[in-house]
Design a protein around this ligand. Structure first.
Ligand SMILES: C[C@@](CO)(OP(=O)(O)O)[C@H](O)COP(=O)(O)OP(=O)(O)OC[C@H]1O[C@@H](n2ccc(N)nc2=O)[C@H](O)[C@@H]1O
Ligand SMILES: Nc1ncnc2c1ncn2[C@@H]1O[C@H](COP(=O)(O)OP(=O)(O)O)[C@@H](O)[C@H]1O
Length: 284
């Protein structure tokens, strides 16, 4: 039997950092949602007790460093599964982009192997397993729109934003999440976005207010390291996006666009100087 799972990318509509914790992680408040740009996973059982990962993408690890491998290993160990699995990753989400591609692959692996091996693990337990793999994995297990607190693993469901277009642009630079958190300084000058106001915008289904409340404290760090991210933000706004923000630790910038008629102009305008541009819908 073959199992297929879709692993969508996330964007952070707002991302606030409250403080650094004793365990080295940062206490966050983020509202995240999924977009229709997704990796596709194909999984089937192997007669031998082994985990094999393959992918058409030449630029991700295929060994135990791969988050899908780690997810398969964790579920096998925790539920005493002695059967093996072959997992093919059809990568579509740009890597190390602030879009949680690896986390979403890990979450999709947990969901898929739960089905393949009939383990009947509920979502809450899958999220707990996910938290052992990374801070964004629990959200990716169930998706939708959620407020994430703690280090990202404490989830409260939120209404989906009003449907719109999302134009994503990833500049050709690599950003390390650990480095961005490491260089972040929270002080009295920090401009904190508000999860309460973003939540109100979602409850009111106000697209204008969602755009107005977009904010990410990690932006300042990544913009300082890579000024070209700012150029992308400015270009997107100039081309007509209604709201623009960097996702996660970056470097991907997303623009929310309500009118379909504007999307082609923004997409084509950005393609002039950025190779990786996507125009997708929210996954609502
Ligand atoms: C910034 C965010 C926003 O959604 O996403 P990305 O930019 O990675 O997509 C997340 O907080 C990233 O989540 P994730 O990528 O799963 O992070 P992890 O693997 O758990 O942690 C990577 C490193 O980031 C730092 N880290 C992560 C989460 C957190 N709340 N505080 C931290 O300080 C730690 O240094 C950790 O070693
Ligand atoms: N299945 C996977 N897909 C993408 N990247 C992976 C995967 N497994 C491990 N990685 C590694 O995880 C790191 C972060 O990748 P990714 O999850 O795409 O980015 P981000 O945390 O910025 O959203 C990369 O350095 C990549 O090599």
């Amino acid at each position: 039997m073959k199992i297929y799972e879709k692993a969508p990318a996330k964007i952070n509509l707002m991302l606030d950092v409250l403080h650094k914790r004793a365990d080295g992680y940062h206490e966050v408040e983020m509202i995240m949602t999924m977009v229709d740009l997704a990796d596709r996973l194909e999984m089937y059982e192997l007669p031998r007790d082994t985990i094999i990962i393959s992918s058409q993408a030449g630029y991700i690890p295929l060994d135990e460093k791969n988050l899908a491998f780690q997810a398969a290993k964790l579920i096998k160990e925790r539920y005493d599964v002695t059967r093996g699995v072959y997992i093919h990753l059809d990568k579509k989400i740009p890597v190390a982009a602030g879009l949680a591609g690896g986390s979403s692959d890990a979450a999709a692996t947990l969901r898929g192997l739960n089905r393949l091996w009939g383990l009947n693990i509920d979502d809450e337990e899958l999220q707990e397993l996910g938290a052992e793999l990374g801070s964004d994995v629990p959200f990716c297990v169930t998706g939708g729109t959620a407020l994430a607190t703690g280090r990202g693993e404490v989830l409260t469901k939120m209404p989906n934003p009003p449907q719109c277009w999302v134009v994503l642009a990833k500049p050709p630079i690599n950003v390390s999440t650990a480095e961005v958190y490491g260089k972040l300084k929270i002080d009295e000058n920090t401009k904190h976005p508000s999860s309460r106001r973003m939540q109100e915008a979602l409850e009111q289904q106000s697209f204008a207010k969602v755009c107005q409340e977009l904010g990410n404290v990690l932006e300042d760090v990544t913009l300082r390291l890579h000024p070209e991210v700012m150029q992308l933000k400015e270009a997107m706004l100039k081309l007509g996006a209604d709201g623009v923000l960097m996702s996660g630790s970056g470097p991907t910038v997303f623009g929310l666009v309500s009118k379909e008629s504007k999307v082609a102009r923004i997409y084509n305008g950005l393609r002039g100087f950025c190779k990786e541009v996507y125009a997708v819908r929210l996954l609502t």
